[in-house]
Design a protein around this ligand. Structure first.
Ligand SMILES: Cc1cc2nc3c(=O)[nH]c(=O)nc-3n(C[C@H](O)[C@H](O)[C@H](O)COP(=O)(O)O)c2cc1C
Length: 379
């Protein structure tokens, strides 16, 4: 096994091991991928401020997210089809997160179900909700998350209609994965992945069992999904979800100061500044560029979290410096899962923790909660 020192190493390993259609589903963004690239480029353009002569012997990365203690300000973001990177992937990632002391968020579009994950962990995890046209079904998901004792509901607002990822169409991405002439060559070259995924408890959407009318006639994932999400989703529905749920509520997919102000008055506990990892509106701004205006707009009335482009602890520190209380990671943990299963998720978290810790020290910062613009160089 090669020595893994950074998230990019995990990405390379995942690329070699996971079937191309699944790896590219994770790796790619929508349309021309301008926003996907901007997420990285704008983070890279920010410079940390090196300081010396400050005692940084005792450092702390502990903080809270929506009232929950976390070992570091990093949660696993909700991601669809996680269990096709590695059999039972959601259960493994949830377990790795629990052992590490950070939150795991299960996507509505997961392979393992709400109940599967509840059975794999000992502490509460978070559930992410997509509001479907069928409100009765959305309500039943909320009820299942309550029964499973999930400790926060993450309501995603930026997928009222689905952006297109060219690669998913070209690859004929199908759920459950299909062996076709087009995919056979790649899958046969990835026997380890194929045998492993075959062993998994499920190969299709665990939370939607019985809801997909005739899975066999569906050729691509996009075809089916496109008809499910509710484009009428409005702030009134946020209120409806909040009342039904009654617990900690996180609104994900805020990228604009005006929306952030409305969110801050909605009674939710946190917002996630996010463009869905460059997978939805292409040509919109990077999340890191949107972060300062959102932080200013809400003026401390609601916790502001950040995701989009994080591949290192340095990236986490930059987001905190620009006013985020905490962050979420998507691809960084998925590469770990695809490369090495549960151990890979743990490795991804360790890498980010170690980078965050060393970078804090070299910026003269002892407590992650004290991160501010003073640890950044002016552009
Ligand atoms: C493969 C993949 C699947 C995703 N599926 C979901 C999802 O089901 N629900 C959701 O709210 N966000 C989803 N997202 C967006 C992530 O929650 C998160 O916003 C994004 O990954 C952050 O960017 P990063 O991957 O650069 O860290 C997905 C992202 C990826 C990469």
């Amino acid at each position: 096994m090669p020595v893994v020192t950074c998230i990019e190493d995990l990405r390379e390993l995942a690329k070699r091991r996971v079937a191309r259609a699944i790896f590219e589903y994770v790796d790619c963004g929508s349309y021309a991928e301008q926003t996907l690239r901007a997420n990285r480029a704008d983070l890279e353009a920010i410079a940390l401020r090196q300081r010396v002569g400050i005692d940084v012997d005792r450092r702390s990365m502990r903080t809270t997210m929506a009232g929950q203690e976390v070992a570091m300000p990093v949660a696993l973001a909700p991601t669809g089809l996680t269990g096709l990177n590695w059999a039972d992937g959601e259960m493994l990632a949830a377990r790795a997160a629990e052992r590490f002391g950070v939150p795991f968020t299960l996507s509505t579009m997961s392979i393992c179900s709400i109940e599967d994950v509840a059975g794999a962990v000992t502490k509460p995890y978070w559930f992410q909700l997509y509001v479907m046209r069928d409100r009765g079904f959305a309500a039943s998901l909320i009820e299942r998350a309550k029964q499973a004792k999930c400790s926060a509901l993450v309501l995603t607002l930026d997928l009222q209609i689905q952006g297109q990822r060219h690669r998913d169409l070209k690859n004929g991405l199908a759920v459950p994965p299909k062996l076709t002439l087009a995919t056979a060559f790649d899958i046969l070259r990835k026997p380890g992945w194929a045998l492993n995924v075959l062993k998994g408890k499920r190969k299709s959407f665990g939370n939607l069992e019985g809801r997909i009318p005739d899975a066999k006639s569906l050729t691509t994932l996009s075809q089916w999904i496109a008809g499910q999400f509710d484009p009428t989703l409005s702030w009134k529905d946020v209120e409806w979800v909040k009342n039904l749920w009654g617990g900690k509520l996180v609104l994900k997919g805020i990228l604009d100061a005006e929306d952030a102000k409305i969110a801050a008055s909605s009674g939710a506990d946190a917002i996630v500044v996010s463009n869905h990892g460059g997978r939805q509106l292409d040509s919109t701004i990077s999340s890191i560029r949107a972060l300062p205006e959102v932080v200013d707009a809400v003026g401390g009335r609601i916790e502001v979290w950040f995701d989009g482009g994080i591949r290192s602890g340095q990236d986490v520190l930059k987001a905190l410096a620009l006013g985020a209380r905490a962050t979420m990671i998507g691809r960084a943990f998925l590469y770990g899962l695809g490369a090495m299963g549960e151990a890979g998720v743990t490795r991804a978290l360790e890498i980010i923790r170690n980078e965050l810790d060393v970078s804090m020290a070299l910026c003269g910062l002892r407590d992650v909660k004290d991160a501010s613009r003073s640890i950044l160089r002016a552009p």
